[in-house]
Design a protein around this ligand. Structure first.
Ligand SMILES: [Zn+2]
Length: 170
């Protein structure tokens, strides 16, 4: 389980770094997504948080309140709800936290949590990735604890972050 959690954190971090770098380098895009002043480590930390957030359903699953990898934590719907929650909670980001509260956070919340579900859809139990648009469960043959799969996914994520999300882009 831990390796997989690190993979989710790395995928979320990398996606966030890439998103902020791409938006930050296009003035027109940064009108809609405020990324001014957002640093690489900040983007990576927020991305990692939302990258692992869907697996917090394990806690609720243990309490019998929710199914692990169900549609309320691992789907398009879940990512929209997570993004909306991030948007609603934005004004309550405590002052003093090294985070620039802006519209980039809900965007990263959506992207990182949806990529989490997409990566989990490679496993045999899969996810209802596009729920509620589709009730198809997307599955693959990759075990969550496969070292090769985790290393490969992490390496691709890191390579994209290094290539596109270089510090000079921020
Ligand atoms: Zn998961």
């Amino acid at each position: 389980m831990p390796l997989k959690m690190y993979t989710h954190a790395l995928v979320g971090s990398s996606a966030s770094v890439v998103l902020v770098a791409l938006v930050g380098s296009h003035p027109a895009a940064s009108i809609y997504l405020q990324t001014r002043g957002v640093g690489v480590l900040e983007a990576a930390a927020v991305g990692a948080f939302f990258g692992v957030l869907p697996d917090m359903d394990i806690i609720l699953h243990g309490a019998g309140a929710m199914r692990h990898r169900g549609p309320l934590s691992h789907s398009l719907l879940a990512s929209i709800l997570i993004s909306l929650a991030a948007l609603i909670l934005l004004p309550f980001v405590p002052r003093g936290l090294p985070v620039h509260p802006g519209s980039w956070i809900p965007a990263v919340a959506f992207l990182a949590s949806f990529l989490h579900s997409a990566v989990d859809s490679l496993t045999p139990s899969g996810t209802l990735l596009f729920y509620p648009l589709s009730r198809k469960r997307f599955r693959g043959g990759v075990r969550y604890d496969s070292i090769w799969a985790n290393v490969l996914i992490s390496a691709v994520a890191l390579a994209l972050a290094a290539l596109i999300g270089t510090p000079t882009s921020f």
